[in-house]
Design a protein around this ligand. Sequence first.
Ligand code: FAD
Ligand code: MLT
Ligand code: ZN
Length: 495
Amino acid sequence: MNTTRILRRGLTTAVARPDIAHFQSICPVLSPSTGHTASDLDPFNTDWMRKYRGQTTLVLKPTSTHQVSQILTYCHARALAVVPQGGNTGLVGGSVPIFDEIVINLSALNKIRSFDAVSGVLTADAGVILEVADQYLAQQSHLFPLDLGAKGSCHIGGNVATNAGGLRLLRYGSLHGSVLGVEAVLPDGTVLDDLSTLRKNNTGYDLKQLFIGSEGTLGIITGVSILCPQRPAATNVAFFALDSYEAVQRAFTMAKTELSEILSAFEMMDGRSQELVAEVTGKRRPLEGEATPYYVLIETSGSNKEHDDAKLEAFLEHVMEEGVVSDGVLAQDETQARALWGWREGIPEVLGHWGGVYKYDVSIPLPQLYDLVRDVRARMVEEGLLSETDRAAAETPAEFPVIAVTGYGHIGDSNLHLNVAVRAYDKRVEKVLEPFVYEWIQKVRGSVSAEHGLGVAKREFVGYSRGETELKVMKSLKDLFDPKGIMNPYKYIKS
Ligand code: FAD
Ligand code: MLT
Ligand code: ZN
């Protein structure tokens, strides 16, 4: 269900029968006129959260950059609106149509083009699935410098289009640093070949940067070149229980000091999120002692196992001695490491279990980061929408629409995921959340979108984190690239 009311624009045209015949001459097409049913089209119209639903009757699946170019040349001439779609795992409603925009799905554009083991540069089609790219690189002892829970479905083109952050940004940095080149088809069908494999290139404006995080509003990314690090020979994962948010911050400072160059992830999960994962998955919790309000997952990645083990053990002893953590466990092998990651990576899926989830992906200065979760929880209780006592979700009395208010995220990047799990999307809950959350973020000079992007969910709220001049320049860029407004309309920023 799309909860934002958006008016259909008169600028773009509706798809007609001759259009479909034309597209059929270019690439594979899914449409009722080619014998496909509504349920064939449903996966392309519905987002991962089942919150946004479009009504497209036309999905195009190009297999080459040339085909994407032919499609956009035609759409531009006919003023047909399009939505570029990767793995459709986006969490802000950007990857599905609002009305009947044509979906251009990149999943058939999925070849690895080249890999140079000396420089570590991978060049690949945009539709390669992130996990496939990483597995390919593993065979060459390299690693894709991005990892996230949706890796089995999301595309590297989608990752670049959203500037995804993920679980190891702390170590490998943002895609703005690791992406070396982008091949993109502009809205009028022109191919922009900025698929450089150079680390240094100061010859003029850095055009590829505009596409990183542009969410399909400036063109369609068809190829990506990216600098990939050597795969670490040794990886360790530890999971800790902590009694306060102050202790989480202290543990982070200590991890940076004592694990320094081998620290590759520092993730926080609050106690409520872990209770819910245990309840839904039925798994035994990693730490047997009493539940605590915070948990942290630390990962190290290095080249020398003995050295890393010694460092991590010394760190473990130190945080225990100092009383910073109350309990902890260290994975003994890869299976245990994966299981521990499951307690973090499994949260998004679990939170959608009861029918809906309001997600706020925000940047907040670390000292205040968890205060937002506390404040939202208190407001929900005050408004009678959330029970005062935490209990098993299955036992939450029916009069409360909210199951839980939880927080987790990438502490290493000051990125909180505030999630409000509900039985069903509910206006009463929404009214309490917005604009409250955005005003709160503005007061601490945070960002209303840390890593998921804007899509349709945030387009009304960009002004809480961006000034008028910034927005004006952004709109001018959009007009310059896409004067007819055919690329992912109704998304990103309000025009
Ligand atoms: P889609 O969802 O298909 O599209 C996302 C946006 O990009 C849309 O606006 C679309 O129009 C545009 N787009 C897609 N492909 C192209 C292209 N080739 N050219 C131009 N525009 C394009 N995000 C994070 O940042 N960090 C996380 O840790 C993280 N974890 C996640 C965990 C789960 C379980 C899930 C479901 C999502 C998670 N996400 C995370 C969000 C999401 O996976 C990322 O935003 C991802 O990068 C989207 O890739 P996609 O291929 O699925 O893109
Ligand atoms: C994550 O870090 O798990 C993702 O960004 C997805 C989410 O926020 O739920
Ligand atoms: Zn995240």
